[in-house]
Design a protein around this ligand. Structure first.
Ligand SMILES: [Zn+2]
Length: 436
């Protein structure tokens, strides 16, 4: 089976390479801005939008970039435009065409233009210009590099590789997954359930928001273009990048744990509640706080990670409409809106963990097309996990039993399901450890 995956690496560039990279990112920003301007110009006059090939011909050799980078950026822009147009035609008037002028933009290097030289990857900048040399990480997976995107201190490498075909599981069982804020994920097969805490991730996001607000305040008191402002800009960027890395890592670990659960209990089909189907009005009816959290956490990413990680094991991910799955009583089918963490049915008095209700109802709805009362109840035993321990926390408490650390953090190959089933221990954990 062939798999194409994007790997993110932090890259340290020497000052010379950094200058070259900046020049390329700057040129890419200029090109993107030009495209935005042209598009806006045409739209305002109701003129036809130039075709991709016309744009490619027009911008040929006009920017200090490799011709294929120019083409790749034009393709990206056109794909974005097409995507927004489709959304608007489908009634989403909130969808906005690219409008922001960009000073910097990540250049995209395509496979044919990339060269590997020993431990280095050469990113071409066009005829007569020295390529950017990036030292590749040693732990890079084998396979063919098809694309590289150069970010600010980060490199996104797309690799196509042959991976072993998944061994089909005979069980053919279905599972339900509820993605949320308090718990990043609650997954169940109807008998067992696993809850992955989202608390740590949320606190990281909140911490970032606070730090950013502080920096913004300081920044407002500086002169545009001053050294101090530049320094604060960089600090702001670093803070958000760091939070982004922590979040990404947590989401990967959460996804791995869900995969491990599916493998352990023979789930071959995983139903997941689809948040993306909310329309504009539904979005507005939610509280602003919920909206922020939902937006900030980017649930779509967890789903995205899950999709390819599950595919490696031949497990299918199926999205279903999430409507009413958190309100319907799994026991009698009565609708109750819940505010707290515990679901309590007004009709029959059924009580269960709220996210557990969501997960079993998603499973129920996925299997039967609608929620059949009494078919699946929230499992008695729920295993609580955190996606990953923070390094800082580990350093602070070296005396902590190893079992916790070993059981919680899983590698790329899938989180382990070891550890305790005791909710008292896993729920609160040790008060000294701040965990993610
Ligand atoms: Zn009920």
């Amino acid at each position: 089976m062939q798999e194409t995956t994007v790997f993110t690496y932090r890259v340290a560039l020497s000052p010379t390479e950094w200058d070259k990279a900046s020049a390329a990112r700057r040129a890419a920003g200029d090109l993107w801005t030009r495209l935005v301007k042209i598009h806006r110009f045409c739209r305002r006059r109701h003129w036809p939008w130039p075709t991709e090939s016309q744009l490619k011909a027009h911008f040929k050799q006009r920017f200090p970039l490799h011709s294929q980078i120019v083409q790749a950026l034009i393709e990206k822009f056109c794909a974005t435009i097409d995507g927004v147009r489709t959304k608007r035609q489908n009634g989403d008037q909130q969808a906005r065409y690219p409008w922001r002028f960009r000073r910097y933009f990540n250049p995209i290097f395509k496979g044919q233009a990339l060269k590997r030289q020993g431990p280095h990857l050469l990113l071409p900048r066009g005829r007569g210009r020295e390529p950017i040399r990036v030292h590749l990480p040693e732990a890079m997976p084998p396979g063919r590099v098809v694309q590289a995107e150069l970010g600010f201190g980060e490199l996104y490498i797309t690799i196509t590789r042959e991976i072993p075909d998944p061994v089909p599981m005979a069980s053919g069982k279905a599972g339900g997954l509820d993605i949320g804020v308090i718990h990043l994920g609650m997954v169940t097969d109807g008998q067992e359930a696993l809850a992955i805490s989202g608390r740590g991730l949320r606190s990281v996001k909140q911490g970032r928001a606070k730090a950013q607000a502080k920096l913004r305040k300081k920044r407002a008191r500086t002169q545009p273009g001053s050294r101090r402002r530049q320094r604060l800009n960089r600090a702001q960027y670093r803070t958000s990048q760091k939070a982004e890395r922590v979040a990404r890592n947590a989401l990967h670990h959460a996804a791995n744990q869900i995969v491990a659960f599916c493998l352990a209990y023979g789930i071959t089909l995983l139903y997941v509640g689809d948040l993306g189907t909310l329309n504009h009005h539904q979005r507005h009816r939610r509280s602003r706080r919920t909206n922020q959290e939902v937006g900030a956490l980017e649930f779509g990413r967890l789903e995205q990670y899950l999709e390819y990680k599950l595919r490696r094991h031949g497990i299918q991910l199926v999205k279903i409409r999430e409507a009413y799955t958190s309100q319907t009583c799994p026991h009698c089918g009565h609708l109750t809106k819940v505010a707290g963490r515990t679901y309590r049915c007004r009709a029959c008095g059924y009580r269960a963990h709220r996210d557990g209700v969501g997960a079993v109802n998603i499973l129920n709805k996925g299997m039967h097309g609608a929620i059949r009362p009494g078919e699946f109840l929230v499992p008695q035993r729920i295993t609580y996990r955190r996606p990953v321990l923070l390094k800082r926390a580990l350093r602070r408490s070296p005396a902590e039993p190893r079992e916790i650390a070993g059981g919680i953090s899983g590698g790329e190959s899938g989180g382990s399901l070891r550890g305790s089933h005791d909710p008292r221990r896993s729920h609160g954990g040790s008060p000294r450890i701040s965990v993610l």
